[in-house]
Design a binder for this molecule. Structure first.
Ligand code: GDP
Ligand code: IMO
Ligand code: MG
Length: 454
């Protein structure tokens, strides 16, 4: 019988390992296929999802985005080249993959078109791209409303200004919303544009949004011709693929604590970013999901406003920003930096049904004498492991830290777990044990080759 927590965790690991082996062998015999993996951010976004999805895409058939829009910025480094993707799924740089923009995504077709052109210009063919006909479009007025609303706010959210919130507002409002299917019918598209401008002309004038209807129709009709071939029912496509034992990777954008329901509302984005959104956002059922991997940056960052208990507005924060190159991929804003927060991560584990974690940017911690990890919050006289969802409680929460010894070695060249310094191993072990989750991959640099598989 196990006598302490380490032994319990080791036994759990062994059980998971045995179950995985059974599942793998069944898959090889064609009895069962481990086929639908969701990869999501467990913090405030920018955990390094793009890199991990690119790595896992190699062994997948389909890579599908399911929420958000071009507020996302997913960085992939291939050889000497860096790609910053905002809408196109992060499997695009592999040959012979199907890449899907699911119905839960809000699509700025101008950005999409520019992104397709830019990737192709760099010599990568956009293979089999499919866009859900029932995904909604971000139009120029959404961006104008986004920026206007942000200006009016006394407490800023710090949105990316990409029109994300208003596009989801129009979708939920069900008036003057434009879906990808509308781009397949030029007359229908022109009619909605005309109606929207007509109905909102006073409002648009008030927020200083000016446009010429004919120019807009001409511009969007031209784009519609380019994107039309990609538009289809992606739910049917994904369900059929899963029926045929294809391997599908669901690519999350943003992070758990930017979720519209479960995040630090109102300092959140306008979509559900948790793993269950992968189902609604692509049109598959929850029973399909076989694995949910949470990407965990080895420390925490946040762009934009909102509570951040472990934030370090001091030399430590500056050091993490400098060493981790923590500047927004989409807006270039400096990211706020702080220590890892296990209270948040334990909450994220439940919200997402995580089956494992991927630790990224471990290399950024090299050279620190001591690494702090928040294990509980103190509120008044109480200490709690439970994440407070109500904003005033969260603002009051003071992190309680466990201090772990750092390491000095450069780990960016480390190829396997055994080669890691003992203190780095202990750091990983501490996180894994406190979350009771296995670490599946460790990332020690932005390149594909700087990834350790456990
Ligand atoms: P995403 O939005 O979650 O895909 O993350 P971003 O691409 O916005 O930000 C992550 C940044 O860290 C990018 O510049 C990546 O190239 C970089 N990155 C990813 N993994 C690692 C890592 O393990 N170490 C280092 N040093 N950089 C990494
Ligand atoms: P990836 O996918 C980090 C933040 C914005 C702002 C808030 C609301 O690269 O991890 P929005 O424009 O969505 O209405 O802004 O959410 N935000 C992100 N922060 N990474 C992202 O995406 C983000 N997408 C939105 O900074 O605070
Ligand atoms: Mg990003």
């Amino acid at each position: 019988m196990p006598t302490n927590i380490t032994q319990v965790v080791e036994m759990q690991r062994l059980h998971i390992h045995i179950l995985n082996k059974i599942a793998e062998s069944l898959a090889l015999k064609g009895v069962m296929q481990m086929s639908a993996k969701i990869i999501i951010g467990t913090q405030f976004g920018d955990e390094g999802k793009g890199k991990i999805i690119d790595c896992l895409a190699e062994d997948s058939d389909i890579i599908a985005r399911f929420q958000g829009g071009n507020n996302a910025g997913h960085t992939i480094v291939v050889g000497d080249e860096t790609f910053k993707l905002h809408l196109i799924p992060s499997g695009v740089l592999h040959k012979n993959k199907t890449i899907v923009i699911g119905n839960g995504v809000v699509v700025d077709v101008k950005i999409l078109n520019a992104e397709i052109e830019s990737i192709e210009k760099r010599g990568h063919k956009i293979g089999n791209l499919k866009i859900a006909g029932n995904a909604h479009a971000i139009m120029p007025w959404h961006k104008a409303i986004d920026n206007h609303e942000e200006k009016l706010r006394t407490k800023k959210i710090g949105t990316t200004g990409r029109g994300i919130g208003p596009a989801y507002m129009f979708k939920a409002g069900r008036t003057n919303a434009i879906r990808m299917y509308d781009f397949k019918d030029e007359k229908r598209l022109a009619k909605i544009i005309t109606e929207t401008i007509e109905k909102n002309k006073d409002y648009f004038r008030r927020i200083n949004y000016t446009c010429t209807e004919t120019d807009l129709i001409r511009e969007y009709t031209a784009i519609s011709k380019k994107i039309k071939p990609y538009i289809c029912d992606t739910s049917i496509l994904l369900n059929k693929a899963l029926d045929n034992n294809k391997k599908v990777l669901f690519e999350g954008a943003q992070g758990t604590f930017l979720d519209i329901d479960h995040g630090t509302f109102p300092f959140v984005t306008s979509s559900n970013t948790v793993s269950s959104a992968a189902c609604a956002g692509t049109g598959i059922g929850p029973k399909r999901i076989t694995e949910v991997l949470g990407v965990v940056k080895a420390y925490t960052t946040r762009v934009g406003e909102g509570p951040f208990p472990t934030e370090q507005e001091n030399k430590t924060g500056e050091r993490l920003r400098k060493e981790g190159h923590e500047f927004g991929t989409t807006t270039g804003r400096p990211r706020r930096c702080g220590w890892l927060d296990l209270v948040m991560l334990n909450y994220a584990k439940n919200l997402n049904s995580l089956t494992g974690i991927v630790i990224t940017k471990l290399d950024v911690l090299s050279g620190l004498d001591t690494i702090k990890v928040c294990t509980t919050y103190r509120t008044g006289k109480n200490e709690t492991e439970i994440y407070p969802l109500d904003l005033p409680d969260l603002k009051e929460a003071k992190p309680v830290y466990k201090e772990l010894p750092g390491w000095t070695e450069d780990i960016t060249v480390v190829k396997n777990y055994e080669q890691l310094p003992q203190n780095a191993k202990d750091y990983l072990k501490f996180i894994s044990e406190r979350l009771s989750l296995p670490v599946k991959f460790i990332s020690v640099g932005p390149k594909r080759s700087q990834t350790i598989m456990m």
